[in-house]
Design a protein. Structure first.
Ligand SMILES: Nc1ncnc2c1ncn2[C@@H]1O[C@H](COP(=O)(O)OP(=O)(O)OP(=O)(O)O)[C@@H](O)[C@H]1O
Ligand SMILES: [Mg+2]
Length: 357
């Protein structure tokens, strides 16, 4: 039996998931989410490492995760993701060298300052012959080093770091059926993980990432919109936002005028999200290899905002569904919808662990 723990350190919260694998069955052993004090992490980057290390240490102890080994995710402006296209190469070494060469051309950071990773996402043929597309991820080395140092300061041992977008796809989408893999009929699925400050926008085919972009929008912007409209302080605006949501039945304990005001503020405040998702989908659709987009799957804390699925569906004109990370586990007992939405990244990070298989 093997055990894997992964942490997702966000701007408003820290989420952790522990998975156990025995006889090829993957079981949720633990999942936890705790709020983080504001200001330790901003837009996906660590701002106050010492305080964050203390919080991570406390979180790990309280949740009673096993061991000290941990997998981590990154998503911030210091990670560059590009798609490159190359002639198909059978030889792994030649292919790696070609990807590295092309990546160095396309990524605007000196190679000695980056940590680069890549994965093939699509093989196809055109008039130039057999081709392959790769997603290349280049992270600033000092950002990665800073994350590793903070987690070590918390007494833990980082064993792997992955792009959040890849983890989100593993958490929310089933692995492709082998028989369908590579089929040109498979539609694309868009995925949008909306946190407190940032949104991971992804378009995938067969669970592979064909496009991803980090958008500087999250639930904190909705809270601010509510605070500005109602004049309430931020903490109260947060509570009333969560209680009202965008749609739904009238609520006990809130007068109808306040609910209407809050919903109006949320509807206006969420417009940039619709705009950014639309832009991403349009960009994807403009590429020659694009497939029709069948649906949008949402996750992250802000996906819990009542009615946001219907709101996005109306704005985007495609079906929108709430992601269900428990679907990727053989036994996901204990994963409530609230935990599932907020621990999706951590779960996807834990699903990747090579030590599991
Ligand atoms: N029921 C709910 N209704 C509306 N918003 C909610 C609800 N539950 C959580 N949220 C919002 O979700 C956000 C937190 O989500 P999450 O835990 O995914 O963020 P994070 O990982 O800390 O942030 P980020 O990834 O952006 O750094 C907050 O803005 C919070 O207000
Ligand atoms: Mg997050």
């Amino acid at each position: 039996m093997s055990t894997v723990v992964a942490l997702d350190i966000g701007s408003s919260s820290i989420a952790g998931v522990e998975l156990k694998t025995a006889r090829e069955r993957v079981t949720l052993a633990k999942a936890a989410v705790e709020p983080l004090p504001p200001g330790l992490v901003h837009d996906g980057e660590i701002v106050r490492p010492d305080e964050l290390a203390a919080e991570i240490k406390r979180f790990w102890r309280t949740a009673r995760f096993s061991g000290k080994r941990v997998r981590l995710g990154v998503a911030n402006q210091r990670v560059v993701v590009r798609t490159i296209e190359l002639p198909f190469l059978d030889d792994d070494r030649e292919r790696r060298a070609a990807v590295e060469f092309e990546a160095a051309e396309q990524i605007p950071i000196p190679p000695d300052q980056t940590v680069v990773d890549s994965q093939p996402v699509l093989r196809f043929a055109n008039e130039a012959g057999e081709r392959e597309r790769h997603v290349v991820v280049a992270a600033h080395r000092d950002m990665v080093d800073g994350l590793v140092a903070t987690v070590r300061q918390a007494g833990l041992q980082p064993t792997g770091i992955d792009l959040e977008a890849f983890a989100i796809l593993r958490a929310l989408l089933p692995p492709p059926m082998v028989i369908d893999e590579g089929s040109s009929d498979t539609p694309a699925v868009a995925v949008c993980h909306v946190g407190a400050e940032v949104t991971n926008m992804i378009v995938s085919v067969d669970r592979r990432c064909h496009f991803t972009r980090l958008v500087g929008f999250g639930g904190s912007h909705l809270t601010t919109a509510v605070a500005e409209r109602t004049g309430l302080p931020i903490e109260e605006a947060e509570a009333v936002k969560t209680a009202c949501g965008l749609l739904g039945d009238p609520l006990d304990g809130w007068d109808a005028d306040t609910v209407a005001e809050v919903r109006h503020a949320l509807a206006l405040g969420a417009r940039p999200l619709v705009r950014e998702i639309s832009r991403s989908l349009e960009y994807y659709r403009s590429q020659t290899f694009a497939r029709p987009i069948g649906s949008l799957v949402i996750s992250g804390g802000t996906s819990l905002c009542n009615g946001i699925d219907r709101y996005l569906q109306q704005g985007l004109g495609i079906p929108v569904v709430l992601g269900d990370p428990a679907g990727q586990l053989d036994s996901g007992g204990g994963l409530t919808p609230d935990l599932a939405a907020r621990a999706a990244v951590a779960l996807g990070l834990a699903l990747d662990a090579p030590e599991r298989s």
